[in-house]
Design a protein around this ligand. Structure first.
Ligand code: 5GP
Length: 218
């Protein structure tokens, strides 16, 4: 049976360390494909177009929405963010587990459209640590940091939408935990419906054959 890829949504407060975590996961295991989102936000120092994001204008983003070229999109702190459809569909078909690092509105849309998606929420060990990480980046103004903390407060209300909580204390331990959760998710009945149907059909055939013969033959 050809293994099918699953969609894995990873959300978490800004500053929770999702980006580093995802890069490390993809570097460690070759079963994952990391989707690169499209955004209208300006690149931060060190970010490259096509690597962290596809940085585009509002016009280009809205054109992409009209073309149905995005799996989902959302507005976050005044900017658009969205998941390009083509890459996701191609990688899933190739059997890869596709990771979407997106915020909670997008996560909800993905869950609605793809009920078998796995939703993970990454948190820092505590909120003091989150503030330290956000300020420590040195790339955001105090006003932006406050806006993102406000957004974190709203997102904290939706954590129960997710399947699992992952506390990002130690990077490598966290990568291993995510890998285990995703691999275990492959075994859930709802992600193996075709296989289950095949077993049922074979059982029906065997029982019908046995009835005909008066016994079960092998
Ligand atoms: P940042 O500006 O810090 O890179 O990202 C801000 C937020 O947007 C993060 O929570 C990130 O996960 C989310 N985000 C990034 N790409 C996407 C996307 O394609 N769709 C949605 N809905 N959120 C995204």
């Amino acid at each position: 049976m050809k293994r099918k890829g699953i969609l894995v949504v990873v959300s978490g407060f800004s500053g929770a360390g999702k980006g580093t975590l995802m890069k490390q996961l993809v570097r460690t295991y070759d079963t994952y494909a990391l989707s690169v989102s499209m955004t209208t936000r300006a690149p931060r120092p060190g970010e490259t177009d096509g690597r962290e994001y596809f940085f585009v204008s509002q016009e280009v983003f809205e054109q992409k929405i009209r073309e149905n070229g995005l799996v989902e999109y959302a507005c976050y702190c005044g900017n658009y963010y969205g998941t390009p459809r083509e890459y996701v569909e191609r990688q899933l078909l190739a059997g890869k587990d596709v990771i979407l690092e997106i915020e909670i509105q997008g996560a909800r849309k993905v869950k609605e459209m793809f009920p078998s998606a796995l939703l993970l929420f990454v948190t820092p060990p505590g909120i003091k640590e989150l503030h330290r990480r956000l300020a420590g980046r040195g790339t955001e103004t105090e006003a932006v940091i406050r806006e993102r903390l406000g957004r974190a407060q709203a997102e904290a209300e939706g954590i129960e939408t997710y399947d699992y909580l992952v506390v990002n204390d130690d990077l490598q331990a966290c990568v291993e935990q995510m890998h285990r959760l995703i691999q275990d998710a492959h075994c859930a009945p709802k992600r193996n419906q075709e296989f289950i149907e095949m077993l049922r059909t074979q059982l029906t055939e065997l029982c019908a054959h046995a009835d005909g013969q008066g016994q079960v033959s092998h």
